[in-house]
Design a protein around this ligand. Structure first.
Ligand SMILES: *[C@@H]1O[C@H](CO)[C@@H](O)[C@H](O)[C@H]1NC(C)=O
Ligand SMILES: *[C@@H]1O[C@H](CO)[C@@H](O)[C@H](O)[C@H]1NC(C)=O
Ligand SMILES: *[C@@H]1O[C@H](CO)[C@@H](O)[C@H](O)[C@H]1NC(C)=O
Ligand SMILES: *[C@@H]1O[C@H](CO)[C@@H](O)[C@H](O)[C@H]1NC(C)=O
Ligand SMILES: *[C@@H]1O[C@H](CO)[C@@H](O)[C@H](O)[C@H]1NC(C)=O
Ligand SMILES: *[C@@H]1O[C@H](CO)[C@@H](O)[C@H](O)[C@H]1NC(C)=O
Ligand SMILES: *[C@@H]1O[C@H](CO)[C@@H](O)[C@H](O)[C@H]1NC(C)=O
Ligand SMILES: *[C@@H]1O[C@H](CO)[C@@H](O)[C@H](O)[C@H]1NC(C)=O
Ligand SMILES: *[C@@H]1O[C@H](CO)[C@@H](O)[C@H](O)[C@H]1NC(C)=O
Length: 434
């Protein structure tokens, strides 16, 4: 009991500090723009991420989590996502890290590196920062790490994730962190001294767990608006935290986050209750996208490119598009890395007239997806006219049953993750005006 009280007292200064903040802004930059002919590559990157999301989602508790698979996937998955600058230490060193709604730990490469990958940002030098301090194993933050990848020794609270040909390992510490123009003291993060062959300089976990950036800063809510690939305005996308995170538009839709009873809180699950293609309401039931023993559910994810629907749901969507686009010739999308394609008559001026796609969520929220959020040109002729377009929605595979709303489908949309209110809200937006 006494230990519990002490822990609470230790946590208090952070909570108080966070409660004082007004809100701050940072920017996200896309790691890889999606381009014609690059879908197969992007789908492959997604597949690693999905392995990670699904393994974590499927884990009843943590015993079942294959952290070997999941961490590798987490590292490789950055390619489809967005980087955000986080400055660590005093004086601060800036790292571009993956802004990841699908994980919790914040980590960066730390010296002395026994094995690190070359990065534009040098590894953090704990010895040269006046605000660095190691976390003891008795820290509650240490206990928030999965048991299977955590150890306690003279180094402190050590994590060790083997993956593929290598591994990453380090220890938990606290540091001063700067995001945007705001600075926070004593934020727990992973100081990674050993890394494999990936080009990752770190991750800022934005998940729902207690180690995540948003949980630790106590921001209560955050929002982002992803510019579409090839947006004439180009450039970065805004991410807003705390009181700055709010939707101005009148046409705001909201749906509550739901919890997967089988797993620890990391993901932003929403309850996808219906889909309309053209004028047809598909026969979606509570079990189509519902939780199952091996996972299930639907997550909103910043780091997956495409949208993945549980097999039965996908089959309905595909069938509806096929029957409503019967005047177009269907193409097997496999050679483009996708699933359903259509031939576009060059005479049509390259305009792809596709049926409307509306996703419905518990609580009445509806997302009328802009067509470029679910159809993409994949082939052009010598004059640059689109000849084949593909559905950028894919089926989940047998063993990976979690459905994912990926970032292509989130573009030109201002999404608000209201952690305090337990709601996801969204409204169409011009991201350069957010
Ligand atoms: C991150 O910082 C670097 C230099 O410090 C800058 O060039 C880059 O544009 C920044 N990226 C973002 C997404 O803010
Ligand atoms: C975890 O995944 C790795 C790589 O696929 C595999 O070699 C290992 O056997 C798996 N471990 C468990 C406990 O499933
Ligand atoms: C993790 O370890 C803690 C204490 O070491 C223990 O109380 C808890 O039950 C363990 N959790 C699992 C899933 O093994
Ligand atoms: C603690 O454990 C890690 C991972 O096994 C290891 O790399 C490190 O050297 C250990 N530290 C000490 C002081 O034994
Ligand atoms: C890592 O970066 C190096 C140099 O920037 C590049 O040659 C290599 O292909 C990258 N590897 C991956 C897996 O992205
Ligand atoms: C999702 O909504 C459906 C329909 O309202 C309901 O039957 C189901 O229990 C909900 N699922 C969750 C996980 O809240
Ligand atoms: C195909 O059918 C759709 C809807 O039935 C229609 O809007 C579109 O103009 C047709 N396209 C062509 C090329 O005939
Ligand atoms: C598409 O092509 C792939 C590989 O060529 C094949 O495995 C798959 O069955 C085809 N799909 C359809 C619907 O014909
Ligand atoms: C978005 O806003 C910018 C800046 O105000 C403007 O230049 C651009 O035309 C707008 N884009 C659209 C599609 O309305």
């Amino acid at each position: 009991m006494l230990a519990l009280i002490l822990l609470l007292l230790l946590l208090l200064p952070q909570i108080t500090l966070a409660g004082d903040l007004h809100g701050f802004r940072a920017t996200l930059s896309r790691i890889h723009q999606l381009s014609l002919g690059k879908h197969a590559e992007a789908v492959r990157r997604d597949s690693h991420r999905i392995a990670f999301l699904s393994a974590a989602a499927a884990a009843a508790g943590e015993a079942a989590t294959n952290s070997s698979v999941s961490f590798k996937a987490q590292l490789e998955s950055r390619a489809g996502g967005y980087n955000m600058n986080v400055s660590i230490g005093t004086p601060p060193v800036t790292f571009p890290v993956l802004a990841d709604t699908g994980s919790n730990l914040i980590w960066a490469q730390c010296a002395p590196c026994t094995k690190c990958f070359p990065q534009p940002a040098r590894p953090l030098q704990p010895g040269s920062s006046s605000t660095f301090s190691k976390l003891p194993c008795s820290s509650s933050f240490c206990e928030f790490l999965p048991n299977s990848s955590r150890a306690c020794n003279a180094t402190g609270c050590v994590y060790y994730y083997p993956y593929g040909s290598g591994y990453t390992a380090g220890y938990l510490a606290t540091e001063t962190l700067e995001v945007g123009e705001s600075s926070f003291s004593d934020v727990a993060f992973g100081c990674s001294t050993e890394n494999g062959m990936d080009n990752s300089s770190g991750i800022a976990g934005l998940g729902r767990g207690p180690l995540s950036l948003v949980s630790q800063l106590g921001v209560g809510r955050f929002s982002y608006c992803l510019r579409s690939d090839g947006d004439a305005g180009g450039g970065d996308s805004p991410i807003l935290f705390g009181s700055l995170a709010k939707l101005a538009d009148a046409n705001v839709q909201s749906t509550p986050f739901v919890k997967n009873p089988e797993s620890r809180p990391t993901f932003y699950y929403v309850n996808l209750t219906g889909i309309t293609v053209g004028a047809t309401d598909l026969p979606v039931t509570a079990s189509t996208f519902g939780f199952t023993q091996s996972g299930g559910g639907t997550v909103v994810d910043s780091g997956s490119t495409y949208t993945y629907l549980a097999k039965d749901g996908y089959a309905m969507v595909k069938q509806a598009f096929l029957s409503q686009m019967a005047n177009l010739t269907a193409v097997n999308g496999t050679r483009f890395g996708l699933n359903l394609g259509v031939n576009i008559d060059a005479g049509a001026g390259g305009d792809v007239l596709v049926p409307r796609l509306v996703l419905r969520f518990a609580g009445g929220a509806e997302y009328d997806v802009p067509s470029k959020g679910y159809f993409a040109p994949v082939e052009v002729d010598s004059q640059g006219r689109v000849t084949v377009a593909c559905l950028t929605v894919l089926p989940t595979t047998d063993n990976l049953p979690v459905s994912i709303i990926g970032n292509l489908m989130q573009m030109d949309l201002h999404l608000l993750y209201d952690l305090d209110g337990g709601m996801l809200s969204f409204a169409p937006a011009n991201c350069s005006e957010v």
